[in-house]
Design a protein around this ligand. Structure first.
Ligand code: S3P
Length: 180
C-alpha cells in the first residue's frame, strides 16, 4: 500500500503547539466542522488524576504530570474520529511524538513568541509560566520549536486570526492534502 493511502486512513486529528496558540478553542470548532468528537488531553488528565493541572504540578511535580500525560495520550489515541487538543509539552517525549504521528494527522498551531506572551500575560493556570512570562515563553519555545516542526504534517499560523478562521484553515489544508 502506498504511504499516502495509509495516511489518508487516519481518522484522528491532533492539535499541537505552544500554550496560548488556540488549541483548546479551535479544537471544538474543528470537531464540529469535520463531524468528529472533541477531546482535550489536559481535561482527561484532570479527570483521571482528580486534580487540576496546577495542583498536579504543585503536589507531584512535572515528572508525574508527564507520566500521566503519556498514559492518557496512548489511551485517547486508541479511539477513532477524534480531534485531540494536546498540552503544549506533549511533544517533549519521543514516544508521544511517535504515537501522535502514527495515530493522527498532527496539526501544529504556530504563533510568534510576542503574540503568545501577550495572550498569556495574565496566565494563572500554567505552572511552567509562573515566574516571568516573556522569558519563559521565549526559552521554552526555542527548546520546543523543532519538536513541533518534526511532529506535524500541517502547520497553521494563528497570529491575529479568529478561532473560526484557524479551524477553517486547518480543515482546508487537511482536505487539500488528504481529501477528508
Ligand atoms: C504545558 C501546557 C499546558 C499543560 C501544562 C503543561 C506545557 O497545556 O498541559 O501546563 O508544558 O506546555 P496548554 O498548552 O493547553 O496550555
Amino acid at each position: 500500500m502506498h504511504v499516502t493511502e495509509v495516511r489518508s486512513q487516519k481518522s484522528n486529528i491532533s492539535l499541537i503547539g505552544f500554550m496560548g496558540t488556540g488549541k483548546s478553542s479551535v479544537g471544538p470548532i474543528l470537531a464540529i466542522m469535520l463531524k468528529k468528537s472533541f477531546v482535550e488531553l489536559d481535561a482527561e488528565i484532570e479527570k483521571v488524576a482528580g486534580q487540576s493541572i496546577s495542583d498536579i504540578f504543585a503536589s507531584s511535580g512535572e515528572g508525574q504530570f508527564r507520566k500521566i500525560e503519556k498514559e492518557i495520550l496512548v489511551k485517547v489515541l486508541d479511539h477513532e474520529n477524534i480531534v485531540l487538543s494536546c498540552g503544549g509539552g506533549v511533544i517533549l517525549d519521543a514516544k508521544n511524538r511517535t504515537i501522535l504521528k502514527k495515530r493522527s494527522i498532527v496539526v501544529w498551531l504556530n504563533a510568534d513568541a510576542k503574540v503568545i506572551t501577550e495572550r498569556l500575560m495574565d496566565n494563572k493556570s500554567r505552572p511552567l509560566l509562573a515566574e516571568n512570562v516573556m522569558e519563559s515563553v521565549s526559552k521554552l519555545l526555542k527548546e520546543r520549536i523543532g519538536f513541533y516542526r518534526e511532529t506535524s504534517e500541517v502547520m497553521v499560523r494563528t497570529n491575529g486570526m479568529e478561532t473560526s478562521q484557524v479551524a477553517l484553515n486547518i480543515a482546508e489544508k487537511i482536505g487539500a492534502k488528504y481529501g477528508i
